[in-house]
Design a protein around this ligand. Structure first.
Ligand SMILES: [Fe+2]
Ligand SMILES: [Fe+2]
Length: 186
C-alpha cells in the first residue's frame, strides 16, 4: 500500500515533482509520528498511521490539477514554486481532500482528519487531530513540510501540551522519525 501511495507522488514536471517529494516526506513522517504517539498513549496505531499518511491528500489532488493545467498549456501566467506553495497552504487542500475521501467512501476518522486537521481539535477524534497537528509543527521544525515555517516550536506547542508530551518525548519522537525515514527503502 505504501509503495502504491508513493508512486502517486511523482510528476514529469520538475516544479511539481519537487513539491510532491516534499509532500510525500511530510505525509510519511506524519504517518510514522501519529503511529508512534498512538503506540505510546493508546488508540489504534494503524488508524493513526493511515490518517497521518492521508491527511494532506488534498494537496496531492491540487498538485495533479496544476500539473494537468500546465501540461495542457492552459496557464495564463507563469507558475512558480512560491505560488504553488501558497495554493497548497490555503484551505483548498482540505476541501479537495474531503471531496476525494467522500468519493472513495473512506470512513471516519479519515474524513474528519482530512477535513479538520487545521481546525481547533475537538470532538470524538480530538486526540487524532492533535497528533496530526503536532506532526505539522514537528515536520515544519525538521524541514519536512511545504509550509516552510521556521519559527515552529514543537516542544511548547498547544498540541504537545494537549497530548501531554514532554520535551524529552518530543525529542524521542523526532529521533524515531529520522530513524524510520533512514531505514525505509521506498
Ligand atoms: Fe494540511
Ligand atoms: Fe500536513
Amino acid at each position: 500500500m505504501l509503495v502504491s501511495q508513493k508512486q502517486s507522488y511523482t510528476s514529469k514536471n520538475s516544479l511539481i515533482r519537487h513539491q510532491m517529494d516534499k509532500l510525500w516526506e511530510h505525509s510519511f513522517a506524519s504517518a510514522i509520528g501519529c503511529r508512534w504517539i498512538f503506540q505510546k498513549f493508546g488508540g489504534d496505531p494503524c488508524v493513526a498511521f493511515l490518517a497521518g499518511l492521508l491527511h494532506d491528500i488534498g494537496k496531492l489532488g491540487v498538485l495533479k490539477v496544476i500539473e494537468h493545467i500546465q501540461s495542457q498549456d492552459l496557464m495564463t501566467q507563469e507558475i512558480t514554486d512560491k505560488s504553488i506553495t501558497d495554493i497548497l497552504n490555503g484551505s483548498l487542500h482540505t476541501e479537495c481532500g474531503y471531496t476525494l475521501v467522500k468519493a472513495w467512501n473512506l470512513p471516519e476518522p479519515f474524513d474528519v482528519a482530512i477535513r479538520d486537521h487545521h481546525d481547533e481539535p475537538k470532538g470524538e477524534h480530538e486526540t487524532l487531530l492533535s497528533a496530526i497537528r503536532l506532526m505539522n509543527v514537528v515536520t515544519d521544525q525538521m524541514g519536512m513540510s511545504v509550509r516552510n515555517s521556521e519559527d515552529a516550536c514543537s516542544y511548547s506547542s498547544a498540541e504537545a501540551l494537549a497530548l501531554g508530551l514532554s520535551e524529552i518525548q518530543i525529542a524521542e519522537l523526532e529521533i524515531h522519525i529520522e530513524d524510520s525515514l533512514e531505514n525505509m527503502d521506498i
